[in-house]
Structure formats: structure tokens, C-alpha cells
Design a protein around this ligand. Structure first.
Ligand SMILES: Cc1cc2nc3c(=O)[nH]c(=O)nc-3n(C[C@H](O)[C@H](O)[C@H](O)COP(=O)(O)OP(=O)(O)OC[C@H]3O[C@@H](n4cnc5c(N)ncnc54)[C@H](O)[C@@H]3O)c2cc1C
Ligand code: SF4
Length: 571
């Protein structure tokens, strides 16, 4: 006779399980615990406590062994992660090293991962824009990828809900293609950014430069102070973790809020290998977890499971969750799990100089990063030979310059009297890419990781649509820069591999039809409705906007649905 330790099973049984404690998992934890559900959050990385575990946050440049630069050895050993702009001495402890967690690049892909409590929410650049119906209706309009099962009106109240709690700075700009939100005061444009804004308005009418919308507390409300957060001090050292809680992260905001309810159990070092599917019950009953340190295996149980491990890791977990009902991965009846993956095309840049406005200079720092140019191509009709469009960042700055010619006293005098240089302006493209069936991730048949889980195989590439978009961005921006009086215009195409945008999406896409999608309009797996996916894996198309605000809104909406379904005993 087999004995079951009933107490042990009880201790490992919760009302809800959330896999991953990053941007979207933090929101799932907050929403479940706030509704009174005993919630288990499983995180494969180590614990990172707000403030206490930000070791570099107050360090001066000279305190870093290599003055915050990367050494030749690191670049050789970790070529992928070294290409990420934020991987420097001050924040490298928040990134996964290539050498420690390899993956298979069937085609080159720079996979940037942050695996610790808080995930990549510690590292992100905090750019936050709502999507509009231009984005949600894109696939239905041009027939590439399936129709989204939701529209802007379904998400609008949830955007408001998460914005109020997270704290987003910005202006209500009144643009149909970029809906307004619940904003804290914006970080203002500087004089040359404002000049460009006025020039575009005057010369085109329908092209705009707005203050970048950003998850920073420019002026905190009571709800932010209640979280223990304070006004952003414009230090721009955010990727180190902010001791003021000036920007939104799971560590500063959603997780401590969830903890305060007394309903949160957070287990770090817990690598979820698979979701357990019970054939008899016809639903998922829990998850199988390996302790990353001891390799001990444990099962946890709950009536509802949220998979928020970040887009590709979520695909990996579902592909690895096989059973006789789902031999090709959980919910994968149509064979599309891991397919129709897409990303953002960040290859193109343009820089120039401006001889005007010599009477002005910049003073202080703008943590929002300057201006944002919302998509202006193919808005109301197809006007180019490529599908969809691109948004762009825009910033202008001016720095002090020293004359280093000469010797002795003359040189000393020059060095002590720097003068302002010319204004430099720059922009980068954020292009939408089209999800295609051949853009896919799958499990390696040969190679496994240190915990016995098959490595992820990534086969994603640019296509002709992306190349045409780069050419159009360069042509349009050059025209716009010229009209604004900018000179010495330089265009570059970095030809970087996909991935450095850090906006990979799809593989478990939402849709109306179980034959062509994996998730329904509430982010439930069509074939296993007590499993929800609300991170980037659920995205049907990619839009041009930054995606994380949409993951947050989808997550809050899905938890609301899950709790109501649990109450009705529908799941
Ligand atoms: C430098 C940088 C700049 C960025 N800038 C922006 C920006 O300006 N705007 C924007 O919208 N987005 C930005 N992003 C992207 C943004 O960070 C992500 O979209 C967001 O964090 C994704 O949230 P997530 O919950 O899906 O994943 P994450 O935040 O990555 O969290 C996933 C968590 O799941 C855990 N996990 C993974 N596998 C398992 C497993 N098997 N078992 C248990 N736990 C697991 C991970 O350890 C991780 O903690 C940026 C990212 C970086 C790195
Ligand atoms: S800019 Fe603001 S959010 Fe970023 S580190 Fe400084 S105070 Fe914190």
C-alpha cells in the first residue's frame, strides 16, 4: 500500500500558481493576492529584494573596476549579452550569461534574458504606450497573421487600471493611433526636440513628436507613496535598480504589494519544467519544478495556472509539457505552438547636427529619453510597398567641449573653460515585423540544459518587408531632418540579428479559432482553459509600440476573468 503524505500535498497546494515573477508575473501575483487567493509565484532565478539587493545603485563611476565598461574577456565569452546596451558593469548581475544558459541559434538571434525575482522589469527602458485599434485590427486588415480576438475597447479600462498603479508620465496628445492614458506630468522636450515637433506639425500636419511616455513617477500620487515609492530624481541609473522606486518594477511595486496581503508565497530558484495535465480531470492540476541549486524535484498544485515566464521561456515550458492527450505540448492540438513568432525591427538609425538654437543648452537629465514619433505610415490607407509601419525615438542633446590643442598654461586655461558644442540629433526606428509560420521556436531534440530540459531552438529572421521598412524610415527621416534644417545627416543599418529589441512575441497566440490559435480572448488555452498565458507569448501581432504595458493590462484582465471563472466553477 502506498502512503501519501497528505500534509505535504496540502502545503504544496494553492489557489493559483504564477510561473515567473517579472513584469507580467508580478501583476498576476498582485491581482490574485488582492482578490484573496493564496498564490504561489515560482521564479527560476534568485531573490532580489527592493533596495537591499541593488548593490551598485549608489556607486560612482570610479568605483567600478573597469569604469563601467566591458572587458575584452567578457565580450569574447558572452558575445550575445555583450551586444545589449544595458549590459555593463553596473547591471550585469541582472542578466543571464550566454555561457551559463546556452540555446540553439538555428538562425542568429540575440536572446536577452533577466532571470531573478523581478525578471527584466528591473532592466527595462520603461517606455510605455497603449496600442490602438490600428494595431489590434492590423492582421484583419491586411490578412497577415490571424485576427485579434479583442479590440482596444476591451483593453482600455485595463490600461487605465495598470497605468494608475504603475505610474506613467506623459501627455494626452489626442492622437487616434496612440490612445491617451492616465498620466503623471510628462518630462518636457528640450528646445531642439520641440523645434522638430513644430517643424513636423507645420510641414506635414499628421506627423508628431510627443514627450516619450514612460513608467516614471514624475509626480507620485498617493497610490505610489502607499507602495513605498518616491518621486523620480532623474538620476538615469535605473538599470541598477532604483532605491527611490522612481520607475515601475515588480520588485518596487507589484510584488511587495502582493506580499502585504499575506496571500503570497514566492519561491525563488524554482525552475518550472512542465505543467502537469490530468487526463481524467481533463485539466491542468499543477506544475513540476526543479530546484536550480539542489536539482530536487517538487510538484505544486492549484486549480488555475498563469504562465508568465517571458515569451520564449513560456513557449519552452508549454512545449515541454507533454502527455498522451497533448503529445506535442500543452494545448498544441493544431501544431502551431512555437510558431508565428515576431519581434521589433530596431536596425535603422539616423543622426545629424543642428546649427540653430545656439542660445539654448540642455540642463539636467530626461529619464523618459526625449521624444517619441508615433507611427505615421499606412495609417488610414496602404500607401507604401510594405505592410504595417514603424514608430521612432527622437532626441537632441548638446555637450560641453574642451579645446585640447596647445601646451602648458594655455592648455590648462582651455581645459578649464569648455564651450558648448553643436546640437546633435538622433533617431532610431521601431518597426513592426509580421509573424509567419516559418518563424518558430522549438525544443532541441539533442541538447538539454543543466536541469535536463531540452534547449530552445530559435529560427527567426527578417524578411523583405523589414528591409523595405528600413529603406522607407531612412528616406522619410532624411526628408524630415532636412526640412527641420538639420545637417550632416548620417544613416545606418546595424544589420543586427533579431532579439536586441528585447520585444520577442508570439508562439502561443490569441485568436478566435482553435484551429489557428492557441489562446482565446481571455488568454486561456483553448484546449486547457485553466491555463492562462499573458506574457509576450500571447501576442498575435507586434504593433510598433513597446509591448510591456499591454502585457500588464492583459494580465490584470485575465486574472479578473480567472477569478470569476473559479467562482462559477467553470475552470
Ligand atoms: C534593456 C531592456 C530594455 C527594455 N525596454 C523596454 C521598454 O522600454 N518598454 C517595454 O515595453 N519593454 C522593454 N523591455 C522588455 C521588457 O522588459 C519585457 O517586455 C518584460 O519584462 C516582459 O515581461 P515578462 O513578465 O514576460 O518577462 P520577464 O520580465 O523577463 O520575467 C519572466 C520571469 O520568468 C522567470 N522564468 C523563466 N523561465 C522560468 C521557469 N521555467 N520557471 C520559473 N520561472 C521562470 C524568469 O526568471 C523571469 O524572472 C526591455 C528589456 C530590456 C532587457
Ligand atoms: S532616473 Fe528616476 S527611476 Fe531612474 S534611477 Fe534615477 S530616480 Fe530612479
Amino acid at each position: 500500500m502506498a502512503y501519501i503524505n497528505v500534509d505535504s500535498v496540502k502545503q504544496r497546494t494553492f489557489d493559483a500558481i504564477v510561473i515567473g515573477s517579472g513584469m507580467s508575473g508580478g501583476w498576476a501575483a498582485k491581482e490574485f493576492t488582492g482578490r484573496g487567493l493564496k498564490t504561489l509565484v515560482l521564479e527560476r532565478g534568485r531573490d532580489v529584494k527592493h533596495i537591499k539587493d541593488y548593490p551598485t545603485t549608489n556607486m560612482m563611476p570610479y568605483e567600478f573596476e573597469h569604469r563601467n565598461e566591458l572587458t575584452y574577456e567578457i565580450k569574447q565569452k558572452e558575445p550575445v549579452i555583450s551586444r545589449c546596451y544595458a549590459f555593463r558593469e553596473d547591471a550585469m548581475h541582472f542578466f543571464v550569461r550566454d555561457s551559463e544558459q546556452p540555446y540553439v541559434q538555428e538562425k542568429p538571434f540575440d536572446w536577452i534574458r533577466g532571470q531573478q525575482v523581478g525578471g527584466k522589469s528591473l532592466l527595462w527602458a520603461r517606455q510605455t504606450q497603449r496600442w490602438s485599434d490600428l494595431d489590434f485590427e492590423g492582421p484583419a486588415r491586411d490578412g497577415f497573421a490571424v485576427d485579434w480576438p479583442i479590440r482596444y475597447k476591451d483593453l482600455a479600462p485595463w490600461y487605465s487600471y495598470v497605468e494608475k498603479f504603475a505610474g506613467i508620465s506623459g501627455n494626452n496628445d489626442g492622437l487616434e493611433e496612440l490612445p491617451d492614458g492616465e498620466f503623471l506630468p510628462p518630462f518636457p522636450l528640450n528646445s531642439v526636440e520641440d523645434h522638430f515637433k513644430k517643424q513636423l506639425k507645420a510641414q506635414y500636419g499628421n506627423r508628431h513628436v510627443i514627450s516619450a511616455r514612460c513608467a516614471h513617477l514624475s509626480k507620485p500620487n498617493q497610490i505610489h507613496l502607499d507602495q513605498g515609492r518616491a518621486q523620480c530624481q532623474n538620476r538615469i541609473l535605473c538599470q541598477r535598480g532604483c532605491p527611490f522606486g522612481g520607475y515601475f518594477s515588480s520588485n518596487a511595486s507589484t510584488l511587495p504589494w502582493a506580499e502585504r496581503t499575506g496571500n503570497l508565497t514566492l519561491v525563488p530558484h524554482a525552475v518550472v519544467r512542465e505543467v502537469i495535465y490530468d487526463e481524467k480531470a481533463g485539466k491542468a492540476t499543477g506544475v513540476r519544478v526543479i530546484n536550480s541549486q539542489t536539482k530536487e524535484e517538487t510538484e505544486y498544485y492549484a486549480p488555475v495556472i498563469f504562465v508568465n515566464a517571458s515569451a520564449f521561456s513560456t513557449n519552452q515550458i508549454l512545449l515541454n509539457s507533454t502527455s498522451s492527450r497533448f503529445p506535442n505540448g500543452l494545448g498544441n492540438d493544431n501544431g502551431l505552438l512555437g510558431k508565428y513568432v515576431a519581434f521589433h525591427n530596431y536596425r535603422a538609425r539616423i543622426t545629424a547636427e543642428y546649427e540653430g538654437m545656439q542660445e539654448y543648452a540642455t540642463d539636467g537629465r530626461n529619464p523618459a529619453g526625449g521624444g517619441y514619433i508615433p507611427r505615421f505610415r499606412n495609417l488610414h490607407k496602404q500607401e507604401t510597398d510594405f505592410l504595417r509601419g514603424y514608430a521612432a525615438g527622437f532626441r537632441a542633446n548638446r555637450s560641453m567641449q574642451e579645446d585640447t590643442t596647445g601646451f602648458g598654461a594655455e592648455l590648462k586655461k582651455q581645459l578649464l573653460n569648455p564651450t558648448w558644442g553643436t546640437w546633435k540629433v538622433g533617431s532610431h526606428m521601431m518597426g513592426e515585423t509580421i509573424p509567419k509560420e516559418e518563424s518558430r521556436i522549438s525544443l532541441s531534440k539533442e541538447q538539454k540544459d543543466a536541469w535536463g530540459i531540452p534547449l530552445l531552438n530559435i529560427a527567426i529572421d527578417y524578411d523583405e518587408n523589414d528591409n523595405k521598412m528600413v529603406a522607407d524610415y531612412h528616406a522619410q527621416m532624411e526628408e524630415m531632418f532636412t526640412k527641420a534644417g538639420f545637417t550632416n545627416i548620417q544613416k545606418t543599418d546595424s544589420k543586427q540579428a533579431p532579439g536586441l529589441d528585447i520585444h520577442e512575441m508570439g508562439g502561443v497566440r490569441m485568436g478566435h479559432d482553435p484551429k489557428t490559435s492557441l489562446l482565446n480572448k481571455y488568454n486561456q488555452l483553448h484546449a486547457c482553459p485553466n491555463v492562462y498565458v499573458t506574457d509576450g507569448a500571447c501576442m498575435t501581432s507586434t504593433s510598433t509600440q513597446n509591448p510591456s504595458l499591454t502585457y500588464m493590462a492583459l494580465t490584470a484582465r485575465a486574472v479578473d476573468h480567472a477569478v470569476s471563472e473559479l467562482k462559477k466553477r467553470n475552470i
